[in-house]
Design a protein around this ligand. Structure first.
Ligand code: GFP
Ligand code: GFP
Length: 836
């Protein structure tokens, strides 16, 4: 509903229209006002949490003023918009980002000091918004930052989970999951109780023929759940654009609870529906390749797609354009297959509700969607059972069948000789029960499909989507190499380095155009610059060492080589390779005399990451790391030569502290399995080097920084299949060093060996699917090279500085510009500072 203030009254309104604070004093006045009135606290009971809350509310107000202006101006300009549908947005903390992006952090720091608080303490009060598992969700968050910074009219759509990804505690070396209830205080969201959508589930489809002889389908008698919008403002850096992330929360359609039931005394039943409805947006699912076929997860997906599409279609209809204009006004990007139901949903809206003919509607659908694939692991490709979809979404199943029928007829006409092709490419897998292959539906319903790094984009064309390349031609498939936002991952995480760079590059422009970093190459030999660069790295290591001491109780020497692997725990990411390497190092140290030991390069091996609750192998690896840590760290022979640390509850805000502190970080997936990786980019940008396989974005990082500045090892992706085959049919030769590691584990050096037998057996007896044994020697050799290289600190420094200078390509700004041009065809809209 548009409810404008009449022309005559606008002057009065404008006079009192909310103003952004601009000075330290104005900021303080906002903070104090919020602490006293919004929080009902006073001078006498204002702790750091309250100071955070007051500061956050002051910035929230500021952002929402800019948000309103952005939305008004974008509405007036009515440009083509991008809608990024992602079931995960791993946002982390918002305050620091809001302060830096608006350029108000210094003012706020001074203001807080006046009030008796330190900025650092205030920032650390905020809880992470952890609405994601790992790289996929964090990528989506970086994209929002870039979209706003580059002034693209863009919306993110997701679910407002009451519980984000679980909190991880390590108890006796085991991972324990604790629910993450993060919403008790979240100043960054705006509930929009006026923006709601009713979403239907279950029910039946009634068909009839209308007067003109047209077949009509009506989906009816379903259960209705209401989606309520919660908006989170996304400020761009150095721009007035503040875009929107809209999160849907579920509630019962009849309001609080069923009054009829309540009045007749059925108290429990009266709230049961309400609870059932609210469950839909209750939890974020951990990324577990084994977690399959959960009805609730499918419900989440549809609930979110249906609410988002309703909103998108409603916004499109406001400008009263013809339907054929829809793809010129709307680009929808599917982040992985989770939002694939948006495809049959849009088709349903167009044919069942808007009365378009099938072909016209389908052409609109295909032009509207783009699909990003993030994995080629077959077990991670989503499938839903036909009976489940039939039950939950009967009309969508019919539409999916019709899409499939049209598609298969097309394939049959064009490939009459390849009879097998039909069953290979069918959206429906003829299994027991039948399954809907979501990735195929996503490919068929989109005009572009992209992978996230060059190797990965090539692989999807030769493996999972090979037949589709034949059918549609190669142009439908493209690559957009991932990127990261330098605002959070350099400026915010490593302010001193950012400042140093700015001092050489003449200001902070490089944060908006990261390619400018190349100018740093001329400072590689600059003594002052080198010294400061090195000092910053050391200070970042000291900060991490302090944290490790506080939290893990382990004293680590900041002069040691910090070797870090932090990411989701998964066999393909091969944390097991890393810890086996650590055990090998430990055994070697034990073999040495004390004199020899003194000569080795001291190292701290740092791990962090969550394992999906049902993923036993990943949990076993966590347990092994912790057991090894216990043994090694308390071994008097070893001392500083080796320390092993597992950092509990790895998340975005911890990543901001960990990333700038690495000397080496590990990106050691089995070649061909890690689609891109993005933390590899973050580590190098912060002056650390990489040990990695020829996989994902490691390859492009190598191309940019040069082969001398990265430590690559291991087999290549083209050899993986043969090696696996050989494990099963050839003779399995275990690398002798790895054999010794396994013997040590079996002898109980790290506690009850039975706990680790499945892990060891997966390699020794079950085909070593992830090729740990094949890459072990090359991994150890490369670690040796690293020890040697690190001893020459001057050389090392040259490598790190040169690498930073060459990382410009990996900004998510570059990445978003590529999507905008190749896939979305959208243009920026410059938002003006004053009301227009
Ligand atoms: C958006 C915002 C509204 C705002 C309008 C017009 O609406 O708050 O009033 O733009 O400026 F959400 P829709 O695009 O969602 O209709
Ligand atoms: C997934 C892939 C990564 C990729 C990201 C973003 O993330 O290789 O970099 O998506 O495209 F596996 P993870 O959740 O596995 O980190």
């Amino acid at each position: 509903i548009e409810a404008s203030i009449p022309e005559g009254q606008r002057a009065a309104w404008r006079k009192y229209s909310a103003q952004e604070f601009k000075t330290k004093d104005e900021f303080d006045s906002e903070v104090v006002k919020h602490i006293e009135t919004t929080l009902a606290r006073s001078l006498f009971n204002c702790d750091e949490a309250a100071a955070y809350a007051g500061t956050a509310l002051a910035f929230r107000d500021r952002l929402i003023i800019e948000w309103n202006r952005t939305q008004q101006q974008q509405t007036a300009a009515d440009p083509k918009r991008v809608y990024y549908l992602s079931l995960e947005f791993l946002m982390g903390r918002a305050l620091d980002n809001a302060m830096l992006n608006t350029g108000m952090k210094n003012i706020a720091s001074e203001g807080l000091e006046d009030l008796g608080f330190r900025m650092e303490d205030v920032i650390s009060q905020e809880r992470d918004a952890a609405l994601g598992n790992g790289g996929l969700g964090r990528l989506a968050a970086c994209f929002l930052d870039s979209l706003a910074t580059l002034n693209y009219p863009a919306w993110g759509y997701a679910l407002r989970y009451r519980y984000g990804i679980f909190k991880q505690e390590i108890i006796d070396g085991y991972q324990v999951e604790i629910p993450d209830y993060w919403l008790d205080f979240n100043p960054w969201e705006f509930p929009r109780h006026d923006v709601t959508v009713d979403v239907q589930f279950y029910g039946n489809v009634r068909k009839y023929t209308d007067g003109s002889g047209k077949q009509i389908s009506v989906w009816e008698n379903g259960e209705i759940v209401t989606a309520v919008a919660y908006d989170a403002p996304i400020p761009g850096y150095g721009t007035k654009t503040t875009n929107n992330l809209r999160l849907w929360s579920s509630k019962a359609s009849h309001g609080e609870f069923d009054f009829t039931k309540f009045n007749s005394g059925e108290y429990e039943a009266s709230v049961a529906d309400q609870q059932r409805a609210e469950t839909i947006s209750a939890v974020l699912y951990p990324n577990d390749s084994l977690e399959r076929g959960k009805e609730l997860r499918l419900k989440q997906q549809y609930f979110w797609c249906a609410a988002s599409l309703f909103d998108i279609v409603r916004r499109f209809k406001k400008s009263r354009k013809a339907w054929k204009e829809f793809p010129n006004q709307v680009a929808i990007q599917l982040n992985d297959t989770h939002p694939t139901l948006a495809i049959p949903e849009l088709q349903r809206i167009l044919i069942d509700q808007e009365g378009l003919e099938w072909d016209e509607a389908w052409s609109i659908v295909q032009k509207t969607f783009g699909y990003t694939n993030h994995t080629v692991l077959p077990e991670a490709l989503e499938k839903w059972s036909v009976p489940l979809i039939q039950h939950l979404l009967p009309r969508h199943l019919q539409i999916i069948y019709d899409i499939n029928l049209n598609f298969l007829q097309y394939v049959e006409r064009n490939f009459p000789k390849d009879r097998d092709m039909l069953s290979r490419v069918s959206i429906i897998e003829e299994s027991q029960p039948k399954m809907v292959r979501m990735a195929y539906l996503a490919v068929i319903g989109s005009h572009k499909v992209n992978g996230v790094a060059e190797l990965h984009s090539d692989l999807i064309k030769t493996t999972i989507f090979k037949d589709f390349v034949k059918i549609y031609g190669p142009d439908k498939f493209t690559n957009v190499t991932n990127g990261i936002t330098p605002r959070r991952w350099l400026h915010q995480a490593n302010p001193r380095l950012s400042e140093l760079i700015a001092s050489k590059l003449g200001g902070y422009d490089f944060l908006r155009d990261l390619t400018q970093l190349h100018k740093l190459e001329s400072y590689v030999d600059d003594k002052e610059f080198r010294k400061e660069f090195q000092e910053i790295k050391y200070a970042n290591k000291v900060r991490l060492a302090k944290y490790i001491k506080e939290v893990n109780g382990i004293a680590v020497n900041p002069s040691s080589l910090f070797d870090i692997q932090v990411k989701r725990m998964h066999e393909y990411k091969r944390q097991q390779l890393n810890i086996f390497g650590v055990i090998h190092r430990y055994l070697e140290l034990k073999d040495m005399s004390p004199e020899e030991r003194k000569k080795v390069q001291p190292r701290v091996s740092i791990f962090g990451g969550k394992a999906a609750p049902g993923y036993w192998m990943a949990k076993t690896v966590i347990h092994l790391i912790n057991q090894v840590s216990k043994v090694v760290n308390s071994d008097k022979d070893i001392g500083d030569a080796l320390k092993v640390v597992f950092l509990e509850d790895y998340n975005v805000s911890k990543a901001e502290m960990i990333t700038p502190a690495s000397d080496i970080s590990e990106h050691i997936s089995t070649a061909g399995t890690e689609a891109s990786g993005t933390s590899n980019m973050k580590f190098v940008l912060n002056g650390g080097l990489i040990i990695g396989t020829c996989d994902g974005a490691n390859i492009e990082i190598t191309r940019e920084v040069g082969e001398d500045n990265i430590f690559l090892f291991g087999n290549l992706s083209e050899d993986v299949e043969d090696l696996r085959h050989h494990h099963f049919y050839g003779e399995f030769q275990l690398d002798p060093s790895l054999d010794r590691v396994f013997k040590t584990i079996r002898e109980g050096a790290f506690g009850d060996a039975g706990q680790f037998s499945a892990l060891v057996n997966s390699i020794v007896d079950h085909g070593d699917y992830y090729l740990v044994s094949d890459d072990f020697k090359s991994y150890l050799d490369t670690q040796k090279l690293i020890d040697e290289a690190y001893k020459n600190q001057e050389e090392w420094l040259t490598k790190t500085i040169t690498s930073v200078a060459r990382m410009g390509f990996f900004s998510s700004d570059r990445c978003i510009d590529e999507y905008a041009e190749m896939i979305w065809n959208v243009e920026p809209v410059k938002v003006q500072g004053q009301e227009s």
